[in-house]
Ligand binder design. Sequence first.
Ligand SMILES: *Cc1c(COP(=O)(O)O)cnc(C)c1O
Length: 365
Amino acid sequence: MDYKFPVTRTTHPKARPEDESKLGFARYFTDHMFVMDWDEGLGWHDGRVVPHEPILIEPASCVLHYAQMMFEGMKAYRTPEGEILLFRPDMNAKRMARTCERMCMPELPEDLFLAAIKAVVTEDADWIPTSPGTALYIRPFMFGDEVSFSVLPAKHYRFLIILSPTGSYYAANDGGLHATRIYVQDKYIRAAKGGTGYAKVGGNYGGGMRASQDAMKYDCKDVLWLDAAEHKYVEEIGTSNAFFVFKDEVVTAPLDSGTILPGITRDSVIQLLRSWGVKVSERKLSIDDVIEGSKTGDLKEIFASGTAAVISPIGTLNVQGTDYVVSGGKVGELSQKLYDNLYGMQTGTVPDTMGWTYKLGLTVK
Ligand SMILES: *Cc1c(COP(=O)(O)O)cnc(C)c1O
């Protein structure tokens, strides 16, 4: 279907961030956003591009009390020729559908989702940064805003897309990769079987903040979550998936427990590694085997994968105050190779042999 959305341009365009090396993650927002409403009986209606500004919300809205909401995260990249690319946006649409099903929220058809992204990114395309490691972060989200204190799915929803020019999530200002310290969380859990672990919903993250705050006491950036039942098997790292590179096998947690967020970067890493002839196993891996591997040297690298950082190498795991170093605390070879290839494909500097990039049909000089 061909969607047309009315555009209301801002009368107060913001100054563009001057120094792309200081963008950080989601510190700046662009001039416009996308907004659309859903009502029972009507479905999605009144999609529009409007100035990015605070929205009014009724204090009794169900999202503010019972957290009926979901979000997605993706990026737009600018090639050296000025062409605008997305990375596997169909995967975001499909994941969003699974999240909405879990949260009793209305589905958004894939073509409508893509048309909405295109509309707002087109409006603010000149905000897409070009320095190494940067991109335009796209945050689509939906929430129930019916006025009701009964714990029932809302009958009215809003869907928004906001945009933020960002540097990489973990990296320092030079745009390059840096190995980080991660705390192995053995007290709190993120997701249990039957819960919402596989869905990108706010509650998963609000509930995780205590753990990441505690990790900072150990000078760690984030936590490695263990499984909820036994506190034994590695699951994921903060808002990214975790990979463990052994001598002859790369291991990541399987998705079948429903406790892992099915990352699009995770899927891309698995496919890319297999295309290079590397053995990848989606299997349970105990934290004891990880610690043992770091001692014997069989564990060569650990890295996290996610849209925000693409690939984030882990140099040290902290387990109850004790440091276990991997790849000499430095960026591993495979982590660097994956980052170079993925970010290269995303920004059009490495040929996309997998058919993953999606041209928005838009060029900015
Ligand atoms: C978003 C997210 C990921 C990474 O997903 P990508 O699609 O690769 O960005 C992994 N784990 C969690 C908990 C997440 O929220």
